[in-house]
Ligand binder design. Structure first.
Ligand SMILES: NC(=O)c1ccc[n+]([C@@H]2O[C@H](COP(=O)([O-])OP(=O)(O)OC[C@H]3O[C@@H](n4cnc5c(N)ncnc54)[C@H](OP(=O)(O)O)[C@@H]3O)[C@@H](O)[C@H]2O)c1
Length: 293
């Protein structure tokens, strides 16, 4: 199967991991449908890609839009031809303490990362069945294994993606469809800048007491998200794992990516109180560094 050219849908292709996946699949000779929310992002990607490449308008929270995107792919593929795989990548990160995060922001976190992933999967499965054996690659996170302060909404969404990936893998295995879960640690993409912008607007709505209570946590997370020398990997590293999951004869069920993800995964094995102490010490260190001019 490794040598076959596949037809793949990638959601959230405008930037970061999705962009790296779409471009690297295209460069490896595969046929890519790249889901984007803005035509200008699609045109920019198309200008760097082969003539096999096609962008499609796809907001994963929009039921009618997802139906329309599937109709467009069905038409482009031709009668009776299917999709070899989907990369469920579209995602956002809400950063706010659980006490102060708005229910609206928490719900939106799930709308994109959880219900959006489910909606796309449900709509593309019939197309994937037309081109057996299919592949479903979900972009999870180490945050789906280990929760962090300030990222309660995001971690909850990625814990849900873990459970959904495990369930789906068991449900569709009989048909030869393989489900893989990608679990990166920090990846250098715009997600953190975007999430910091949202975090600032949450902070602006907090009371002065609330702001003071969570000041250390907020500055620690901000430092971790934006510091130029923070640990992490390039999106292309994640894209390599995604291509493996889509094309290898024996894809893995899970791909844990990055040194930070592996360390956090090991720390998870500690008793909760020990783990908490390590995280709290790290937060205190980051907050102290953030205070230095
Ligand atoms: N970066 C990391 O450190 C990291 C680590 C682990 C896992 N991940 C996961 O990797 C995935 C990609 O994130 P990234 O880091 O590459 O961030 P990114 O550069 O911000 O990319 C996120 C993509 O999702 C799209 N998106 C957001 N809301 C959408 C919606 N409603 N419908 C369709 N697309 C939507 C964005 O499109 P717009 O440009 O239109 O907003 C963008 O293309 C996410 O699932 C994220 O949780 C990231």
């Amino acid at each position: 199967m490794a040598f076959l050219k596949r037809t793949i849908l990638v959601t959230g292709s405008s930037t970061g991991i999705g962009e790296a996946c779409a471009l690297s699949l295209d460069r490896s000779g595969h046929r890519v449908f790249a889901g984007v929310r803005r035509p200008e992002d699609g045109e920019r990607l198309a200008s760097q890609s082969s003539n096999r490449f096609r962008w499609i308008a796809l907001d994963v929270t929009d039921e009618a839009g997802v139906r329309e995107a599937v109709r467009t792919m069905r038409h482009a593929l031709g009668e009776g031809r299917g999709l070899d795989g989907v990369v469920n990548n579209a995602g956002i990160a809400v950063a706010a303490p659980l006490e102060t995060v708005s229910l609206e922001a928490f719900q939106h976190q799930f709308e994109v990362n959880v219900f959006g992933l489910l909606r796309v999967t449900q709509h593309v499965l019939p197309l994937i069945r037309l081109a057996p054996p299919g592949r479903i690659v979900n972009i999870g996170s180490i945050a789906g294994r280990v929760a962090s302060p300030m990222l309660g909404a995001y971690c909850a969404s990625k814990f849900a993606v873990e459970a959904m990936s495990d369930t789906l893998r068991l449900e569709v295995k009989g048909e030869g469809i393989q489900v893989s879960l990608i679990e990166p640690g920090v990846v250098f993409t715009p997600i953190w800048e975007k999430s910091m912008a949202a975090a600032e607007s949450n902070e602006a709505q907090m009371s002065p007491e609330g702001r003071a209570r969570y000041a250390d946590l907020t500055s620690a997370v901000r430092r971790l998200a934006t510091h130029p020398r923070r640990p992490g990997v390039a999106p292309e590293v994640v894209a390599r794992a995604v291509v493996h999951a889509l094309t290898a004869t024996h894809p893995r069920t899970r791909y844990l990516i990055g040194r930070d993800a592996r360390i956090r995964n090991l720390l998870r094995l500690l008793p909760d109180r020990w783990h908490d102490r390590i995280v709290q010490a790290a937060v205190a260190r980051l907050a102290a560094r953030a205070k230095k001019p």
